[in-house]
Design a protein around this ligand. Structure first.
Ligand code: DP6
Length: 396
């Protein structure tokens, strides 16, 4: 039985923070300077599928490997190595306690991973990627670890990945232990608690690749005075207000905190020396469009947020699809890819945007993604590694 190929597959979601993680207090353990909170997006539209496999028949000399979207990917980096090490140590403990268990911890790992969305969409896929990697190996090793326990491992792969171990509304508690043992994610509310939440992503192409989050946040921590105010006062207030807004399903409050927190994060980027700019003219036009939509609706129906790039993510409730999606669909036109017939069919352009704003959006938004709040990782019966251990380049 030495050549048995052991396999496990999972999918994992993307999450978009409404209170942002920005800043590390320990870069090695990837411990943050502040807590953060995100909405998990539906895997029907955005997900990573990962198969983890191991076998004594895999050549030991080749070591662990990862095939990502059909391309070999480097696993030698400290972050991936930290995830492998932690997961193997937990498996080794199980094997030590029960000698009847196969020694999976000693076998090379072969991982194959695929996203169901184009990398060109410019959406950070590291959160879904590391969440899927950790969950798939934990399933392979049959670890009894809870999602919060696994979130501590995924955090070391990429901070935001720890929040993709859960569905719905998820907090990453910064913790205060020096060893990171209390820096983990928990679920604030299930997706079913507030299932009407929707997200419209405006994909904006960046002229050149911006500063990576990892390096950008370290520059902010090192040079921004405003950042100290953000972590000491702004974020703690936003976390409390956001948890209350979610508990009460209060969209106006959810939206205000989301927009203020995004603005606060980008203000600390502008206060970094030299300054970092993630938003561009198209991003700013999206902000103005959301303001105009809210003003015309006479209440808050949409909230914008931006990560470390120019794409706008706009949260809204299903009942306000016409005001939000209808307005932007009318402005951008059906030729922009990503609209769903079931969502846009019959929508009337009830609100008209300022012509200048509409023109900038039309010229700069390359595609849209219409999605909603969704579930956490789901065990999958689809395998990207065949029974004989050979990897599939595509899941089709
Ligand atoms: C702006 O999780 O990509 O998206 O921990 O260095 O991998 P590393 O950073 P990463 O940072 C994400 C930053 C953000 C905000 C957020 O998702 O909370």
């Amino acid at each position: 039985m030495a050549d048995t190929v052991y396999r496990a597959s999972t999918t994992a979601p993307v999450n978009i923070a409404v209170v942002k993680y920005w800043g590390k207090r320990d870069a090695k353990l990837n411990l943050p300077t502040n807590s953060s909170l995100s909405v998990t997006l539906s895997q029907a539209d955005l997900r990573t599928l990962t198969t983890a496999s191991c076998s004594a028949a895999y050549p030991a000399a080749a070591g662990d490997s990862l095939l990502l979207n059909g391309e070999p990917s480097d696993v030698a980096g400290a972050r991936t190595q930290a995830c492998f090490r932690e997961l193997r140590a937990r498996r080794a403990a199980l094997e030590a306690a029960d000698p009847a268990l196969p020694k999976l911890s000693t076998m090379p790992l072969r991982l194959v991973s695929e996203n169901n969305f184009p990398t060109a969409a410019g959406l950070a896929s590291s959160a879904a990627g590391f969440a899927a990697l950790v969950r798939a190996i934990a399933n392979l090793y049959e670890l009894p670890a809870s999602p919060s326990e696994l979130s501590k491992i995924a955090r070391q792969g990429s901070g935001s990945a720890c929040r993709s171990l859960f569905g719905g509304y998820v907090a990453w508690r910064m913790g205060d232990a020096a060893d990171g043992s209390d820096s983990m994610a928990d679920q604030v509310a299930e997706a079913a608690h507030w299932p009407e939440m929707r997200a419209l992503v405006l994909v904006v192409s960046a002229a050149k690749k911006g500063v990576s989050s990892t390096s950008g946040m370290q520059q902010t921590v090192a040079t921004s005075g405003l950042f100290q105010e953000r972590i000491a006062r702004v974020v703690p207030q936003n976390m409390a207000a956001m948890e209350e807004a979610i508990a009460e399903r209060n969209f106006a409050s959810f939206a205000e905190v989301t927009m203020r927190d995004s603005n606060s994060f980008h203000a600390t980027c502008a206060d970094t020396y030299p300054p970092i700019f993630y938003m561009n003219d198209v991003s700013r036009a999206a902000i103005r469009a959301v303001e105009q939509i809210n003003a015309a609706a006479g209440r808050t129906v949409a909230a914008y947020t931006f990560d470390a790039g120019p794409n706008a993510v706009i949260y809204y409730l299903e009942k306000d699809t016409e005001a939000v999606v209808g307005t932007l669909y009318h402005v951008l036109g059906g030729e922009v890819g990503g609209w769903k017939d079931a969502v846009v069919k019959g929508l009337k352009p009830s609100i008209s945007l300022d012509e200048g704003i509409a023109g900038i959006l039309k010229g700069g938004v390359s595609r849209v993604i219409l999605t909603g709040v969704g579930e956490g990782p789901i065990k999958s019966e689809e395998y990207l590694v065949a029974e004989d251990g050979s990897p599939h380049a595509t899941s089709a």
